[in-house]
Design a protein around this ligand. Sequence first.
Ligand code: HPA
Length: 274
Amino acid sequence: MSQTYEKLMKSYEYCKSKINIRPKVALVLGSGLGDFAKQVESVTEIPYSEIEGFPVSTVAGHDGRFIFGYIGEVPVVLMKGRVHYYEGYSMQDVVLPIRLMKLLGAEILFLTNASGGVNKAFSAGDFMLITDQISSFVPSPLIGANLEKLGPRFPDMSEIYNQDLQEIIRETAKEENIPLQEGIYLQFTGPNYESPAEVRLAGMLGADAVGMSTTCEAIAANHMGMKICGISCITNMACGISENPLNHEEVQETANLKAPLFQKLVKQSIIKMG
Ligand code: HPA
C-alpha cells in the first residue's frame, strides 16, 4: 500500500470514529472566510493537529480544524484553514483533506479562495464564479502510482466545475443581489506574489484571476468523482494591473470587508445544493 493511501486511511479511520454525521457538502474556506464557521450548527470539531500525520498550517495563529455540522438542513464538513503547497508540503499532503472529506461522504466540494484580479474588467472586492482552471504551473497531486481505489490513472477534466452547481450559485447571487463575475482561475505556487510579467502571462493564457490554492484540490476531487464548484474573492488587482505594491494585510483587509456578503452567497448556495 502506498504511503499516501496508508496515511489517508489512518486519517479516515480516526475521523470516522469521532463523527456520527455523513456530510454531503465539503467547504474549504479561503483567507478571511474563517469566520464562516459561525454559520454552521456545529456537531463535532476535529483540530487537524489531532490527526496523526495530518498537514497543519505553518502560518502562526492558523488553528486549522474540520467542523462537522449543518447549514440549514444540509450536512456539511468545513475546512477552517487549508495548507498550501508553498508551506513545503507535498501535493499529496496538500490534497489529503479533500480526499478524506470525500471518503467521509461528501459528494460536493465547494472551494473558496482569495485571489488577484487579472481581468481588467474586474475590481478589488469582486466575487468570481470559477468556471475553469489552469493548473499547469504547479505539480499535479496525481503524480506517482495511481491510487486505483480513488480514481482512474488518466481522469477526464472536461467539466471540472459542475454546470448545475455553477447555475445554483448564479441564481443565488441574482436573488441576493450580489454582483458576480465569472472566470478562469490560475494557480501559481506562491508564496511570493506574481511579477507584472507573470500577471501579463497569466492574462495571455486566458486567466481572469491568480492565486496560490484551489486547482490542485479540484484535480484531486475530480479524480474521485466529486462535483466541484468554487468562488474566488478578488481581494486586489494583481501586480502590474494595479499600480500599487501588494501586501498580505491589504488582501486580508479586503477579504474581511467582503466576508459578510461572501458568506451569504456561500451559505444560501449550499442550502440549495442540499
Ligand atoms: N496573487 C496571488 N494570490 C493572491 C493574490 C494575488 O494577487 N491576492 C490574494 N491571493
